[in-house]
Ligand binder design. Structure first.
Ligand code: SF4
Length: 496
């Protein structure tokens, strides 16, 4: 007989609220637990940094350093810290009699009469619905362990903060009192804890079907297992609600099986038709309309950015996109040779002043500036103009000349069945230009580019490794603008 499970942590509770089967897998099927993807690990690391910074907000604090599995030791260490008179206890741990245990980022003394406030630190810039379940469970665990709890605060990143000199935790964070918001959730925690413990101890895998809950509020760790029978492009990508249910009831999963009599919403009708017939959809009039908006010389442009939660540079805000690199291919006339210019900030310090100067020097004064997903580059130029007003006019001039190459693909002027509903560059390029690929590159997406560059900025790697990263960044960014060149050629071909 396996030992009964008598406790459930806050993160397990949240997992169980999203899907009891995911919790069951987590506790009973460790073989199914996937490796943590790099992007998720980076999010954890960033959250840890923000958590460490939050601790500097308070005076006379102590951290409970027991490992996550040393629950009883952490509970004892927390009580010892309380008895020793600390005003703030980081990673304080408590467990209610019925098995709800929680670590709170900060347990903060509220008065001299034994009342404590709970402070949950998040790296987001505001409140999210599921935080309230998280905080209700914490409150329940601490109250159930005998603590007298005053307020429950959410301590999140203040998006309005602008760094001036040394980082100021009191400006960087915003405290939001959520005590009242928890009132309607708190009475249900005991029931949920009991239900989840019962499921965990039943020995039976819960019978739960896949659905929208697999991706909300988090992408579940077990999608690779539960969704393995679902094709890469399926009715889940096409329909919602009752239409999806109708397809599932008829055992239709693959897009090719959707009957022609079924009405498909919006531009997905084009996607489904193209996929069923495996033919490219072309609207020549609209393609020509788009091409008419372009004038030579063309400046094919792409940026790479950093967007750390904790601003690294003067005059920057949390999560602000800080450009450190661009690639630019220049073409004087249709079909003429390409000139390539690139900028990568390889020194220490703020990359923006050098970036702006190089950009303005390279982009000329007339002709189209062609980007893929214009909202990104134009927003960065606007923010650069605000932070460095002397360059504002020239940056506005670049924005005024911008044309978005995403439009003809997103608006379905041209659609390839291999795009499978997505107009991202990473979907469109292999569909139309299969000989140009990101597959062999050491850096193959913007998030990795950002993370690699951050490693260089933080000086956590050797000079030789930095050199390698800089080369990989140049290869990656250059491919993005070469992709734009080739996709414009594709549009000209289909327009003709
Ligand atoms: S993939 Fe969906 S059904 Fe499977 S465990 Fe996760 S949330 Fe539950």
């Amino acid at each position: 007989m396996p030992k009964p499970i008598t406790r459930i942590s806050k993160s397990q509770y949240l997992k169980g609220l999203q899907c009891p089967k995911a919790l069951w897998f987590y506790r009973h099927r460790r073989d199914l637990y996937p490796e943590i993807p790099e992007a998720k690990q980076r999010l954890f690391d960033s959250g840890h940094e923000v958590g460490q910074l939050a601790q500097t907000y308070f005076q006379n604090g102590i951290e409970i350093t027991e490992k996550y599995y040393q629950i009883d030791k952490a509970i004892t260490a927390t009580m010892r810290a309380v008895n020793n008179g600390y005003d703030a206890i980081y990673e304080a741990t408590a467990c209610s009699d019925d098995g709800a245990y929680s670590r709170i980022d900060i347990l903060k003394k509220a008065d001299a009469f034994g009342t404590w406030d709970l402070i949950e630190v998040k790296q987001s810039t505001g409140i999210k619905e599921y935080y309230l379940d998280d905080m209700a469970m914490q409150r329940y665990a601490f109250q159930g362990a005998g603590y007298q709890i005053g307020a429950s605060y959410l301590m999140h990143v203040n998006s309005q903060y602008i760094r001036r000199g040394e980082l100021d935790p009191r400006g960087f964070f915003a405290l939001q009192d959520c005590t009242e918001l928890l009132e309607d959730r708190l009475p249900h925690v005991a029931g949920y804890v009991a239900d989840l413990l019962k499921i965990l101890n039943s020995g039976l895998e819960p019978d739960i079907k896949i659905g929208d809950h697999c991706k909300k509020p988090f992408e579940c760790d077990y999608i690779h297992h539960c969704w393995k029978h679902v094709p890469d492009y399926s009715v889940y990508d096409i329909f919602k609600g009752s239409q999806r249910q109708e397809m599932l009831a008829r055992n239709i999963l693959d897009v090719t099986q959707i009957p022609v009599t079924v009405s498909v919403p919006g531009h997905k009708a084009i996607d489904v038709d193209a996929y069923r017939s495996q033919t490219v959809y072309v609207d020549k009039t609209k393609i020509n309309g788009f091409l008419d908006t372009i004038s030579y010389p063309i400046y094919y442009l792409d940026y790479e950015t950093l967007f750390p939660a904790i601003p690294l540079y003067e005059n920057a805000s949390p999560y602000q996109q800080i450009p450190f690199q661009f690639s630019l291919h220049i073409q004087e006339s249709k079909g003429s040779d390409l000139k390539h210019i690139e900028f990568l900030h390889t020194e220490s310090g703020d990359p923006r002043p050098g970036f702006i100067r190089a950009l303005i020097d390279s982009c000329g004064r007339k002709g189209t500036v062609l980007v893929y997903n214009m909202g990104f580059e134009s927003r960065i130029n606007r923010e650069l103009g605000q932070a460095f007003p002397r360059y504002q006019l020239e940056l506005e001039n670049i924005n005024a000349r911008m044309v978005d190459l995403l439009v003809p693909f997103r608006s379905r002027h041209l659609y390839h069945p291999e795009m499978m509903g997505s107009a991202s560059l990473k979907s469109v390029l292999p569909a139309f230009v299969p000989d140009l690929s990101y597959d062999d590159l050491a850096i193959a997406d913007g998030d990795s580019a950002s993370a690699m560059y951050l490693n260089c900025v933080k000086d956590s790697i050797s000079n030789a490794d930095k050199k390698k990263i800089f080369k990989n960044l140049k290869d990656y960014c250059a491919l993005d603008t070469l992709a734009e060149v080739r996709l414009l050629e594709v549009l000209y071909q289909y327009a003709g």
